[in-house]
Design a protein around this ligand. Structure first.
Ligand code: SF4
Length: 438
C-alpha cells in the first residue's frame, strides 16, 4: 500500500464526496440508501460511501443524517456483538521516551516531567492486581524506550504473558510501543504476544513531521533496536501493522482525532489502511482494533502545547458519530471500535453503546501508578528500576502526576455500574475474538 500518499488520496475522496448530491436533501437520501445496503450485507461500506458519511462531521447541512448513521451502527453493533464489551488496561513500563511528539507529556524535551522505569516484578504485580478486578486484556506501553527494547522486551513479554495465563482464563496481551521489525513481531508472537497497537497519529505526512521532530517515532528503528539516522519514521510506523499481521498478530490502527487539517481524510485513511490489512490477512483476519485517541492537555502545564493547536471540531461533539462510521466501514465482526478514557465517561459509554466493543476503564497512564494508588510510598524503591528523582523523596502524587496526558479517571467499579445502567455487559476479548474467527 502507498502509505506516503494515503492521506492525499483520501482527501480527494472527501473533497469530491458531496458532488454526488445536488442538495442536502439528496445527500441525506443517498446516505439512507448506503446505510440500508450496509445492514443487508456483511461487508463494510466502500471508501466512496464512507467519504460521504464523513462529510457530515463538519457540514452543518448534512448533520441531519446523524440519527440515521447512529441508528444503523447500533443495529450492526447489536447484531455482531449483542450487549458485550471487553475491557483492557494499559500498564506503563516507563516514561523514558526518546521521541519528541508535541502533543505528549513524555516527549524528550519536556524537562518538567518526572521519568520512571518500572521493574519487571512490579509490572507483574500490577497484572495480578488488575486481573483480580476482572481485566482480561493487558497492554504494555511506554513510548519509545530503546533501552527497554534492547535489553528487556522479549523476557518481559514472556514473563507477563505467563502470569496472565496463570491468573486469568484466556487473558490476552498487547504492546503499544515503538513500531518493530518483522523478526521482532515473529519472536514476540512466539513468547505469547497477542496484539500490536500502533497509533499513526496522522496519515498526513506534513502534520506528522511538524509535530514529531526527533527520535524513533520521527526516524524509525532497525533490527537491532537502534535509531535509523535520517530514517522515515512515518513509513516505518504506517507499515508496522503489515509486519505484525504477517506474524499472525492482531493489530490496532487509529489517528488522533482532529490532528490533521482535514480530519475526515485522516479517518478515511484509517479505514483504507484497515481494509488493506483485512485483505492482506484474508479469511483468517483477526478483528482490527480501531483506536480513537484525542489530544488532551498534559500534566506538566508549564510545557503543554495543547492550547496552541487549532482543532477543526469539538471532539466530544463528533466522537460517537466517528465511532459509528468506523463500525459501518468494516465487515461484520472485523472491527473492534475502541473508545477510551480520553473522553468523558458519558461520551465513552454512549459511543460503546453505539459502536464500541473494546474499551479502557480506570486508566492510570503513569508508570507504577496502579501500585502507587494501592501500596503507598514505602514500596517505590521496589517498584522503580530507574528514576529522574530520588525514589526516597517521591510522593504518591508525584507518581500519579507522571502521566503522559490527562484523562477522565473513574474506578473500574464506577465504569461497570455505568455499563450496566446502559445495558452493556463485560466479557473477555477472547470471547469477542471467537465470534470473528468462527
Ligand atoms: S506520544 Fe509516544 S512516542 Fe511520542 S513522545 Fe509520547 S510516549 Fe513518546
Amino acid at each position: 500500500m502507498d502509505y506516503g500518499n494515503i492521506y492525499q488520496n483520501a482527501l480527494s475522496q472527501i473533497v469530491n464526496a458531496t458532488d454526488r448530491a445536488s442538495s442536502a436533501i439528496q445527500a441525506h437520501e443517498i446516505i439512507e440508501s448506503i446505510l440500508a445496503q450496509r445492514l443487508e450485507s456483511k461487508n463494510g461500506i466502500s471508501a466512496n460511501d464512507a467519504a460521504l458519511l464523513l462529510s457530515t462531521l463538519r457540514n452543518q447541512d448534512l448533520r441531519s443524517s446523524w440519527p440515521s448513521i447512529l441508528a444503523a451502527a447500533s443495529i450492526l453493533r447489536a447484531r455482531c456483538y449483542g450487549t458485550h464489551v471487553a475491557t483492557m488496561v494499559p500498564i506503563e513500563i516507563g516514561s523514558y521516551c526518546s521521541s519528541n511528539c508535541a502533543f505528549c507529556g513524555w516527549r524528550r524535551d519536556n524537562s518538567a516531567m518526572l521519568r520512571l522505569r518500572v521493574k519487571r516484578s512490579a509490572l507483574i504485580s500490577q497484572v495480578r492486581h488488575l486481573a483480580k478486578m476482572g481485566f482480561s486484556h493487558f497492554e504494555l506501553s511506554g513510548g519509545d524506550d530503546l533501552i527497554f527494547l534492547q535489553s528487556e522486551l522479549y523476557d518481559t513479554v514472556k514473563a507477563v504473558k505467563s502470569v496472565i495465563d496463570e491468573v486469568t482464563c484466556g487473558g490476552r496481551l498487547s504492546i503499544c510501543l515503538t513500531p518493530l521489525m518483522a523478526q521482532h513481531y515473529d519472536g514476540l508472537r512466539e513468547v505469547g504476544l497477542d496484539t500490536v497497537l500502533t497509533w499513526q497519529e496522522t496519515y498526513d505526512r506534513t502534520t506528522f513531521q511538524t509535530l514529531i521532530s526527533k527520535g524513533p517515532k520521527a526516524n524509525g528503528i532497525d533490527d537491532n533496536f537502534q535509531l535509523v539516522r535520517g530514517g522515515d519514521g512515518f513509513l516505518s510506523r504506517a507499515s508496522s501493522q503489515e509486519r505484525a499481521v504477517k506474524a499472525g498478530l492482531q493489530v490496532g490502527i487509529g489517528v488522533m482525532l482532529g490532528l490533521a487539517p482535514c480530519p475526515e481524510a485522516d479517518i478515511l485513511s484509517t479505514i483504507l489502511h484497515g481494509q488493506h490489512l483485512l485483505y492482506l490477512a484474508g479469511d483468517s483476519a483477526k478483528p482490527l482494533i480501531i483506536g480513537m485517541p484525542t489530544w488532551n492537555p498534559i500534566t506538566t502545564s508549564v510545557s503543554d502545547n495543547h492550547s496552541s493547536w487549532h482543532r477543526p471540531f469539538e471532539v466530544n461533539e463528533v466522537f460517537e458519530i466517528i465511532g459509528a462510521i468506523y463500525l459501518l466501514c468494516f465487515p461484520d465482526f472485523k472491527a473492534w471500535i475502541f473508545p477510551n478514557c480520553r473522553v468523558p465517561m458519558e461520551t465513552q459509554v454512549s459511543t460503546i453503546k453505539t459502536a464500541g466493543v473494546f474499551t479502557s476503564t480506570m486508566v492510570r497512564v503513569g508508570p507504577g501508578a496502579y501500585l502507587a494508588d494501592t501500596s503507598g510510598e514505602d514500596v517505590f524503591q521496589e517498584i522503580f528500576q530507574a528514576s529522574s528523582e530520588d525514589t526516597k523523596k517521591l510522593t504518591c502524587q508525584d507518581v500519579l502526576q507522571g502521566e503522559q496526558f490527562q484523562h477522565h479517571f473513574h474506578s473500574h467499579a464506577d465504569y461497570l455500574k455505568a455499563f450496566m445502567e446502559s445495558g452493556i455487559h463485560v466479557v473477555t476479548d477472547a470471547t469477542l475474538l471467537k465470534l470473528a474467527l468462527q
